[in-house]
Design a protein around this ligand. Structure first.
Ligand code: GLA
Length: 529
């Protein structure tokens, strides 16, 4: 039976980070982990993206680069939808280092049509048409890590334009083959190039902690890897994932809405991990407000894996609008208590992790997890979905080996889920025959799987081209954007608009991530006025 030892929370820590075989010793100055300690978040302020941690799927953990093809990505897209992951909020999906483009003789990036016959724009349209968001991958150096694809070095502006033309919504930018490059200057240039390309994207920096990105990357992008890869492709590595969680938690004070520490993709559901270990990993990632990028083969999941990945009560902690990153309060080696995560309704999350065998039984005192010692509180177990209480002073918790008790603690016996958005499509495609003026409409419907009725989404009419107007209908849980195109006076050709909509989460009053979708219009012949 494990017992608790209280250790003071340190204000600095030594992180040992392994980067492609090189050991770097990083002394990290850490402030107290509270949302008040956040730095400016200039980049997300401008585009409104990723105000809660991005959720999606990337192929690397399960597949490496070899079997990635358009067929695989499309099968995964179908599995995302049928398994319930899309309804739980997972949205960003696409090839990682999937040998999906090369550089043509003119220096421009060109899709690898042998592997991706629809081209990268065609794949993006397919993904958007399914109500999902498009993720792509590149590298800040001369080549990607496998050296099979070109990096952006020296071509930053052209390459970011290519990603915008392919309609990427998320770009992961790796740091391989970057010898001699200044990391801050390079990623800053890439941020500038992305803004110049005109399409807002979630910018995911991937330097594995090199250059201490938590100190500066919030002004450039939305998330940054803090450590080495969580596993080699194909096999989960439990010990490594736990080490990464305990390195990443120390950076809690650097995270907040629009700026996230990224401990890498999830290993839940991969070979080599038990269900208890999967629950622990998912609890850590949610507690740390980490991006939830699933990395397993979604076409082949056990019921427990689906239940872990789609546990809305755990996801609610990750997607909380306050965006606080939880951290370790005390750690005696085998048992650790994680707290420091206030939630939008006044409740708080706590996590008790047992890194031993058999069982640990411990008491969590309310003053260890952010409440007053004498409070009487309700406890929601986020894995068993049971509420107990009110409990005076604290609660006794039993947790099995390699498992985590993941709790939400509240003065009220209710545990609302923050907004989890699910769209039927992110692409409206309209075609006008021309000659006679026409009015055409196409819709985008967005449902909230969370508890609240949302206020109406707002679209700034001044941000739209003259041929497009948007009206928002419905209310509360489901709203529809009715896009009306008026073709009078338009010339034959193709027209495009990226529509931005904004909203506010009603319980906290915090802005929600901006919602973007594409409207395409083809006008076949010149149209009279
Ligand atoms: C690096 C990244 C991984 C993956 C591979 C692709 O190792 O950290 O997540 O993108 O490159 O080669």
């Amino acid at each position: 039976m494990a017992t608790k030892k209280n250790t003071p929370c340190s204000t600095s820590a030594l992180l040992i980070i392994l980067v492609t075989g090189v050991t770097l010793s990083l002394t990290v100055a850490l402030g107290p982990a509270s949302p008040q300690n956040l730095q400016l978040r200039a980049h997300a302020d401008a585009d409104g993206l990723a105000l809660t941690p991005p959720m999606g799927w990337y192929p690397w953990n399960a597949f490496g680069e070899e079997p990635q093809t358009e067929t695989l990505i499309k099968e995964i897209v179908d599995a995302l939808i049928t398994s319930g992951l899309k309804d739980a909020g997972y949205a960003y999906v696409g090839p990682d280092e999937g040998i999906c483009f090369s550089r043509g003789p003119d220096g421009k990036l060109t899709s690898n049509l042998a592997r991706y016959p629809s081209g990268l724009r065609g794949l993006g349209d397919h993904i958007h048409g399914k109500g999902l968001k498009y993720a792509l991958y590149t590298d800040a150096g001369s080549k990607t890590c496998s050296t099979a694809m070109p990096g952006t070095k020296g071509r930053e502006f052209e390459d970011m334009r290519a990603f915008a033309d392919w309609r990427a919504d998320y770009i992961k930018i790796d740091w391989c083959n970057s010898e001699g490059q200044d990391i801050v200057k390079t990623y800053s240039l890439l941020g500038e190039a992305q803004r110049a390309a005109g399409r807002p994207v979630v910018h995911s920096l991937c330097s594995w902690g090199e250059g201490y990105p938590w100190k500066w990357a919030g002004a450039i992008g939305h998330m940054w890897r803090t450590t080495t890869d969580v596993c080699a492709p194909g096999q989960a590595d439990w010990a490594r994932a736990v080490r990464i969680a305990f390195a990443n938690e120390k950076l809690a004070s650097f995270a907040g809405p629009g700026r996230w520490n990224d401990p890498d993709m999830l290993v839940v559901g991969m070979p080599g991990l038990s269900d208890a270990q999967g629950r622990s990993i998912f609890s850590f990632w949610c507690m740390m407000a980490s991006p939830l990028i699933a990395g397993n083969d979604l076409r082949d999941m056990t019921r427990p894996t689906i239940d872990i990945l789609t546990n809305l009560e755990a996801i609610a902690v990750d997607q909380d609008p306050l965006g606080a990153q939880g951290h370790v309060v005390w750690n005696d080696g085998d048992v650790s208590l994680w707290a420091g995560k206030p939630l939008f309704d006044g409740s708080r999350a706590a996590l008790l992790f047992f890194h031993g065998k058999n069982k640990a039984r411990l008491r969590i005192a309310w003053d260890e997890v952010g409440f007053a010692a004498a409070d009487e509180l309700y406890v929601r177990n986020l894995w068993t979905h049971e509420t107990t209480g009110p409990h005076a002073g604290g609660v006794d918790v039993t947790v099995g080996g390699s498992d985590a008790a993941f709790l939400r603690i509240s003065k009220k016996n209710e545990f609302p889920i923050p907004p989890i958005l699910v769209a039927d499509t992110y692409l409206v495609s309209l075609r006008a025959a021309g000659s006679r003026p026409e009015k055409l409409t196409g819709t985008v419907t967005v449902a909230n799987k969370g508890s609240s009725e949302l206020p109406p989404w707002r679209v700034d009419p001044k941000s739209l081209p003259p041929w497009l107007s948007v009206e928002v209908t419905g209310s509360g849980k489901t709203q529809t954007f009715v896009n009306t195109v008026t073709t009078a006076g338009l010339k034959k050709g193709y027209y495009h608009s990226l529509v931005r909509a904004d909203n506010v989460e009603p319980i906290s009053g915090r802005p929600m991530s901006a919602l973007y979708y594409d409207v395409d219009l083809e006008v076949v012949r010149n149209v009279r006025k």
